[in-house]
Design a protein around this ligand. Structure first.
Ligand code: NOJ
Length: 749
């Protein structure tokens, strides 16, 4: 049996990568090459059983290139050992996992993280996720998800960075840097997998997996930039989206996977399908399993996640001339290159240091950082009469179905989280506040009404976990607890499963029974603060009208409870700003700030005019615009000053604004720069984010903030999808959100 013993394995770095892989591939059979393209589910492998499992047998036969979502360094080491010692060529495996917003130390869901507008913090969250995951044997994460989304019905809006391509691109780069570090050289740096290529966030009607059909202009100007940014940042792999793009499923779309991704953008990593994405093309109507596997590999998809379609059909397809051996070689080479770049040929156990988990996973240091970042992700939506921050004294009643649950704190896609280690909201608050505040608590309601639970139980064929007490019993108990409190904190919103994959919603209200609870709490006449848990923008008209203070906490991760206490009680002044528009009605969706003008726009300040582009029952405005978020202090913006009103093609303009912290609290402000191209060869958005700065201003202090504007920043994809800049007038807008901006005009000559 050949193994990487002395000659080849011991010192591959003496060879260049190409030579090493040429040498290795010259020894591989066609079946072994196809084996490298196979990413089966790992099944229920536990240590000790690894050897006898079905997956183990396949590993030994060289039929597996990697495994996914297997947790535990010992198990991973055992399986790696099988690959290295028992398969003919001893090629190490990739171990991938959905490490989306942290490993065991969980950070806010990505949508929440994006609301920090803090690229260092976002990079740090990815860095810590990589440290913890790699300590547990993982060398590859299925993250970042960079799908732009403008429709809050889509459950996976929670996993992305919101609606904006510019901000999304900055975040994509930060995440890749955080995961991959210094080109994955160290044993705590792992390979990123950018997903879902492409346009998954554009699913029609916000229904998961649905078709995406959009103009090339929208595609290139608004949806593609974050994927491209991640490629430019050196991401090692890319995941194909489930949806079709221009009538061809992404997983079999050669234009997407080869022409655009590799030829135009120069991507040199490998592409993995999504989970059974290849065989799902049968339902897309692209042929039988053999056809779709061939379509996929010929398109440029290198690895088959879970479908087993490559394993079962590619040999035959090569024999029948449907796929060339060269195509298989190319795909195999890309997988081997990834393993080489990760250093797995040099040391297959690079990520299997059994001493690391105890020291590095869910450690105090990481949890403290997660707490800080969580607090930074919260968005203060309303604070009437400065009810917040609360004083650290008296009795606070924390009431609601999200008050005492561990499982709901981390939020969707927290595969590695250990629920029992995660403090509930009440536990976290008690930990943060000590005995300064007496915290009492009640559940108040289930997540949904009794009737809704019954309906869903029938739908899913199983009963869902809920309290055995009736809605009325829970409400009575809550009112008794509320009666003893000085202030009520209502812990209300979505459960974590209500967003994420396959969790599209057609109504975006807070579930009925929780609204009833909230109404009852408000009727007590005590001050009520709504801490809103959600994985997406909700329709909050009623809450906005009736509740004095609303702090949107998304799903803040493992340290949610303490972080909420930090903000509610003023140790942290909130600075989060929305990265996705909150609508007034589901019927407005998709709703986003960077929309285009129509030929019949509404007059300034009007919400209805005859024969204008509007609805007859709701204004065009969002409830909360993109970029919006309050602070405990107030920031006053001066006028936008341009150093010149005219810019040449090789010139630059500086836009400056004075910002005064006019309140009583020191605080961070996210200053946002938007630009509008007034006249162009194609219709252009009413404004587009082109820059931002997160700055700290002490109470009473004024800071001068400048942005440099260059012609490069004014480029867009024109009708022919050429990336151009066109001369003419531009409005520069600066403000605290996308709505409340001040502007100045310049001309590009
Ligand atoms: C399906 C999801 O779409 C994708 O994001 C995830 O990485 C894979 N499953 C693997 O779990």
């Amino acid at each position: 049996m050949f193994a990487f013993s002395s000659v080849v394995y011991s010192n591959p770095y003496n060879n260049r990568m190409d030579e090493f892989i040429d040498n290795l591939m010259s020894k591989m059979t066609l079946e072994e090459k196809i084996g490298q393209l196979n990413l089966p589910a790992s099944g229920e492998i536990i240590t000790g059983q690894a050897k006898s499992s079905n997956v183990a047998e396949r590993i030994c036969k060289g039929q597996v290139g990697g495994l996914l979502n297997l947790k535990g360094v010992e198990r991973i080491r055992d399986l790696q050992k099988l690959a290295v010692e028992e398969s003919r060529l001893g090629i190490p495996l990739l171990f991938g996992m959905d490490v989306i917003h942290g490993y065991e130390t969980i950070f806010p869901i990505p949508l929440g993280l994006s609301c920090t507008w803090n690229m260092e913090a976002i990079e740090q969250s990815a860095r810590i996720a990589a440290i913890e995951a790699s300590a547990d044997g993982i060398c590859w994460t299925f993250s970042p998800m960079v799908d732009v989304c403008r429709d809050a019905r889509w459950g996976r809006i929670s996993e992305g960075n919101g609606e904006d391509p510019y901000l999304g691109s900055e975040i994509a780069r930060a995440m890749v840097r955080g995961y991959q570090g210094d080109a994955m050289k160290r044993n705590d740096e792992i390979m990123a997998c950018v997903k879902h290529f492409a346009l998954y966030g554009g699913a029609e009607a916000g229904r998961d997996y649905n078709s995406v059909d959009m103009s090339r202009q929208r595609m290139f100007n608004d949806y593609m930039p974050p994927y491209k940014a991640a490629v430019e940042a050196g991401a090692g792999s890319m995941m194909a989206a489930f949806n079709d793009v221009d009538g061809i499923p992404a997983t079999g779309n050669k234009w997407l996977m080869t022409d655009l991704l590799r030829k135009d953008w120069g991507f040199d990593g490998f592409v993995v399908s999504d989970y059974t994405g290849i065989t799902e093309m049968v339902d897309h109507g692209m042929g039988d399993v053999q056809d779709v596997a061939a379509l996929s590999v010929n398109a440029g998809v290198d690895m088959d996640m879970v479908s087993d379609a490559f394993m079962t059909t590619l040999v035959r397809s090569v024999e029948e001339g449907k796929v060339s051996e060269e195509t298989i070689d190319t795909a195999c080479r890309r997988i081997l290159e990834a393993k080489y770049k990760l250093g797995l040929f040099e040391d297959p156990y690079k990520y299997c240091d059994l001493k690391r988990p105890a020291k590095q996973i869910f450690c105090d240091k990481h949890r403290k950082i997660a707490r800080k970042i969580a607090a930074e992700s919260f968005v203060l939506l309303k604070n009437e009469g400065n009810i917040l921050p609360l004083q650290k004294k008296g009795t606070v009643a924390v009431i609601g179905p999200l008050a005492n649950t561990k499982a709901n704190m981390p939020g969707t896609w927290s595969v590695a989280a250990v629920a029992e280690n995660i403090p509930t909201l009440v536990e976290g608050m008690r930990f943060a506040l000590g005995d300064k505040v007496d915290i009492i608590t009640a559940k108040g309601s289930n997540l949904m009404s009794d009737a809704a639970y019954e309906e869903r139980a029938t739908m899913f064929g199983r009963s869902l976990n809920r309290d055995s007490r009736t809605d009325q019993q829970l409400l009575n108990e809550a009112l008794e607890v509320a009666a003893k409190a000085d202030v009520i904190v209502a812990a209300i919103g979505e459960s974590s499963e209500m967003s994420g994959e396959c969790s599209s919603r057609s109504e975006l209200d807070i579930p009925d029974t929780q609204r009833t609870l909230l109404e009852a709490l408000l009727k007590t006449g005590k001050p009520v603060v709504l801490t809103l848990f959600t994985g997406r923008p909700l329709v909050l008209n009623w809450e906005h009208k009736n509740v004095p203070a609303i702090l949107n906490v998304w799903f803040g991760g493992s340290e949610t409870g303490s972080a909420i206490a930090d903000v509610l009680f003023g140790d942290v002044n909130p600075s989060g700003k929305l990265t996705t528009t909150f609508p007034q009605a589901v019927g407005q969706l998709p709703l986003f700030y960077a929309h285009k003008n129509t030929g019949r726009p509404l007059g300034e300040g009007r919400w209805f005019e005859k024969f204008r582009s509007n609805y007859i029952d709701v204004s065009n405005d969002p409830l909360y615009p993109f970029g919006y978020g309050l602070s405990y202090t107030t920031f006053e913006y001066g006028d936008v000053i341009l150093n010149t009103k005219s810019m040449s093609m090789d010139g630059e303009i500086t836009a400056t604004v004075n910002i005064k912290n006019a309140g009583n609290y020191d605080g961070y402000e996210v200053v946002q720069l938007y630009i509008k191209d007034l006249i162009a060869s194609v219709t252009r958005p009413v404004k587009e984010l082109k820059g931002f700065k997160k700055i700290f201003i002490k109470a009473g202090e004024t800071k001068t903030i400048s942005f440099k504007i260059s012609p490069e920043m004014l480029k867009f994809y024109n009708f022919n999808i050429d990336y151009v800049v066109e001369v003419g007038d531009f409005d520069v807008m600066i403000g605290p959100n996308s709505r409340d901006v001040k502007s100045a005009r310049f001309t590009l000559r």
